[in-house]
Structures are given as C-alpha cells and as structure tokens.
Ligand binder design. Sequence first.
Ligand SMILES: NC(=O)c1ccc[n+]([C@@H]2O[C@H](COP(=O)([O-])OP(=O)(O)OC[C@H]3O[C@@H](n4cnc5c(N)ncnc54)[C@H](OP(=O)(O)O)[C@@H]3O)[C@@H](O)[C@H]2O)c1
Length: 299
Amino acid sequence: MGLLQTWYPPTRENWETLVSVWQIAVPVLGNLQWVIGWYGMGKTSVASRLNLPGRIAWFTMEAPGFLTLLYIMKTMPQQYGITDLPWQNKVLAGLFVIHYSYRAVIFPYIQPSMSPIHILVWLFALTFQLCNATSIGCWLAAYGPTTAEAWSLTGPLPTARFVLGIIVFYLGLSGNFFHDEELREIRRAERRRQERLRRQQKGGGSSSEAQRGGGVEKHYRVPEAGLFRWILYPHYLCEWVEWAGFWIAGGWACVPARAFLFNEIATMVPRAVRGRWWYLERFGEEKVGKKWAVLPGVY
Ligand SMILES: NC(=O)c1ccc[n+]([C@@H]2O[C@H](COP(=O)([O-])OP(=O)(O)OC[C@H]3O[C@@H](n4cnc5c(N)ncnc54)[C@H](OP(=O)(O)O)[C@@H]3O)[C@@H](O)[C@H]2O)c1
C-alpha cells in the first residue's frame, strides 16, 4: 500500500528519480541491440514457446501507456489542489492519447497480419510504456507548468511555439500513418492476388501456387511509396518528427518530452539499421539499392 501511495502516481521526488533513471537506462538498453543480434519481433521473430500472438501482444504492451497517462491526469491535479489545468496541458495529454489510440488499439486491429512477439520484447515495451506515460503524465498533471503564467515563462513566444509544435506533431503523425499504411497495402495486395488465383482455380484454371494458398503472414516486399523511395524506415522517422513536435510544444525545458524522443531514437535506430541488413540479406543489393535505414545521410 505504501509503495502504491508513493509510486502510483509518484511523489515529486520519486518522479524526479524515475525521469533521471529513464534518461540513462533506455539509451543503454537500446544500444545493447548493436551487440545482441536477437530481436524477437516482426521480421526478425523466430519460433519460440515464449512467443505471444502479435496483435494481442501489441495491444497489451502499448495500451497501458495511455491508460496510465489518463489515470494520472484524472487523479493527480486534485491531490495537488489544482482545480483546472491550463489548456496546453489538456491539449498535450490529448495528443498523447490520439497517438496511442491509433498505435495501441487501431494499429493491431487493422494490420493484415502481425508476427508473434517474444515475451521479453513484450515486457520491455510494457515497461517503456508505463515509465514514459508516468514521466510525461506527472509533468502534465502537476509537476510541469500548471498555470497560464507558468506557461508564459516557458520561453519566447510560447503560444506561437506551442502551435508550431502541434503542426509538426500532426505532420509526423500523418507521415507515420501514411507509411504504416504502405506496409499494410503490401499484404493487402498479396491477399488480393492470392484470392484472384483461387478464383481462377475454381473457374477451371489450375495453379500450384493457388493450391498452396499461402496466406499473407510473413509476406514482405521492398516498399517504394513516399519516403520509402529513399529510406526503409520512414515510419520511424515520422514518429520522431511527431514527438519532436510534442517537445517543441511543451518547451525546451520539458525534460519528459525530450527523454521520450531520445529514448525512441535510441531504441529504434539499431532496429532500423538491423532491419536494413535484413532487407539486404532477403532481397539483395540490387533491390534495396542505396536506400538509407532511417536517417538519410547518417544511417
Ligand atoms: N519497434 C519499435 O521499437 C517502435 C517504437 C515506437 C514506435 N513504433 C512504431 O510502431 C509502428 C510499427 O513498428 P515496427 O517496429 O513493428 O515496424 P515494422 O517492423 O516496419 O513493421 C510494421 C508492420 O508492417 C509489416 N511489415 C514490415 N515491413 C514489411 C514489408 N517490407 N512488407 C510487408 N509488410 C511489412 C510488419 O509485419 P510483421 O509483424 O509480420 O513483421 C508489421 O506488421 C511504426 O509506425 C513505428 O514507428 C515502433
């Protein structure tokens, strides 16, 4: 009970400790991916008794994040005698919830198929979500600026900066969705192709491929639309743009927003670079060409 009282939501002291550890631990763990070849999710998932079904794993590891943020936003202001949070706090909380309504709920639902996720990856992602939502949620609900005056002191032209941040956030969100959608379309197109073959087979034609049936699980192609022309993980890049916008809106002193962005980059860069190696191995230099992994000119 005592632990719950000081951690859920955390006292200011515990929150500050969490944010400090959070900024160091994730980059360290994320960078371990450079030395550990294994990653039990997506393209690089392999059969294991410790695998969870992709959709269920994705939903249950991602949803606790925004639910935690909502819980903190509901309970903490009262505890600190805050009767009404400024509109900026509510807008930022809303953006977080909008992103995760897509990422946690809609995304696993509309993916044509998802590879299984190993329980260790699931646990890491769940911990990431809980820590990140607590870090950002507490800042929004009580420990960051909680009055109009405090917001006016967050830097020059705070309202214009906030609006710019929201525009950048939505540009990133749209780009992320667009490129996720391109990947979905590869499997939808393959499903349509297989259905066409089956129809032809029923109509008298016969093809061994149609008889095999196949399904679209683990069907991959080199994507080409949008920024995929130049990079293999533009959906990652767009996600970073999104959270960079969130940080701009929150102000340079919004440490939780900065930590989130840097932690995402630290965990996703090795994944994208390893993903590029996977594409090269699977499709060869000729098809992958000079596409960068995620950051043109760098990776
Ligand atoms: N991974 C992370 O650490 C992380 C962190 C924060 C946010 N996100 C965001 O979450 C979303 C998904 O991330 P992710 O790491 O799962 O991305 P991903 O490896 O690119 O996979 C995304 C989805 O597309 C399918 N897919 C991937 N490449 C494909 C190809 N060449 N042809 C056909 N289908 C393909 C995957 O199927 P399979 O599952 O069968 O491989 C998966 O369902 C992204 O928008 C990303 O920005 C990811």
